[in-house]
Write a protein that binds this ligand. Structure first.
Ligand code: SF4
Length: 272
């Protein structure tokens, strides 16, 4: 076989294997056959919602490191009434876990400190790490479009953050000790904001907030609770980009509409 062709086939197989691994992590049980979306397609999750085609930027094929977790500094607990500024100040130039080693910038969070709707993702990607802001890469574009064009509210009216504040190398899933080291700051952020509703984006964020390992396909769209706050689990936007089917988009759209509706029912006020 031609060496170039063999190399391309090997790369394609590796990419497919990685996609299947990620899908299993997300709890996916089957795949739909579909055509690749055109570059200018307007997805049905919002109208219009253009999404570029191409490989997902959220994860890579790099395996997690095999190193044993190092001892970690204790995670602070934040009292009722804490402010976001106080949580950020406590974070400082954090070195509590190994993720600080390769980061460019800490990605604390972005948005309205009094938001009634909070989105929690997994961790910063490349663009987030460079810009110091959450969800500003391809998955972030999709999330922003879901919020602004789909829900009809400005992104600045909600708050967006992740379960870890530093980019995992090659966008791998954060390791349990890294999540453990960082989760106190997420708890502090939610305590400071006290939103009406939290949207948990993907399996890691949902599992963390619910305190148990979940299959996202089983819990998405089903109301949950975190410290008395309603939680709506849904697929991560990066997963939606990878599994770009009408059904996936419809499910996420239903979840987001339900989240905004519940937040409004509970007295949440949103700019339009
Ligand atoms: S991921 Fe969180 S705990 Fe780890 S270094 Fe960054 S801010 Fe600190």
């Amino acid at each position: 076989m031609d060496r170039t062709l063999a190399g391309e086939l090997g790369a394609a197989l590796a990419s497919t294997r990685e996609l299947l691994r990620e899908a299993l992590e997300e709890g996916v049980e089957h795949f739909e056959r579909r055509a690749a979306p055109p570059r200018t397609e307007a997805p049905a999750i919002a109208t219009p919602m253009p999404v570029r085609a191409g490989a997902p930027a959220h994860r890579s094929t790099a395996p997690p490191p095999s190193a044993q977790p190092a001892p970690l500094a204790p995670t602070p607990a934040f009292p009722s009434g804490v402010t976001l500024d106080e949580v950020r100040a406590a974070l400082g130039e954090c070195t509590r876990c190994r993720l600080h080693e390769a980061r460019n910038r800490i990605v604390f969070g972005d948005g309205n400190p009094g938001a009634d709707l909070v989105f929690v993702g997994e961790g910063p990607g490349e663009q987030e790490d460079l810009q110091g802001l959450p969800f500003v890469g391809r998955a972030g574009e999709l999330l922003t479009q879901m919020i602004e064009r789909g829900l009809g509210i400005p992104r600045s009216s909600v708050y967006i953050c992740n379960i870890v504040k530093c980019r995992p190398p090659q966008n791998r899933t954060p390791l349990p000790d890294e999540v453990h080291a960082c989760r106190g700051f997420l708890d502090g952020q939610i305590e400071a904001i006290r939103p009406k509703v939290i949207v948990a984006l993907g399996k890691p964020a949902t599992s963390l907030l619910l305190g148990r390992d979940v299959a996202i396909t089983r819990v998405r769209g089903v109301w949950q609770e975190y410290r008395g706050i309603a939680v709506m689990p849904t697929f991560h936007p990066a997963f939606v980009l990878r599994q770009y089917t009408a059904e996936t988009r419809r499910l996420v759209w239903e979840d987001l509409k339900a989240a905004l509706g519940r937040a409004r029912e509970l007295g949440g006020v949103f700019e339009t």
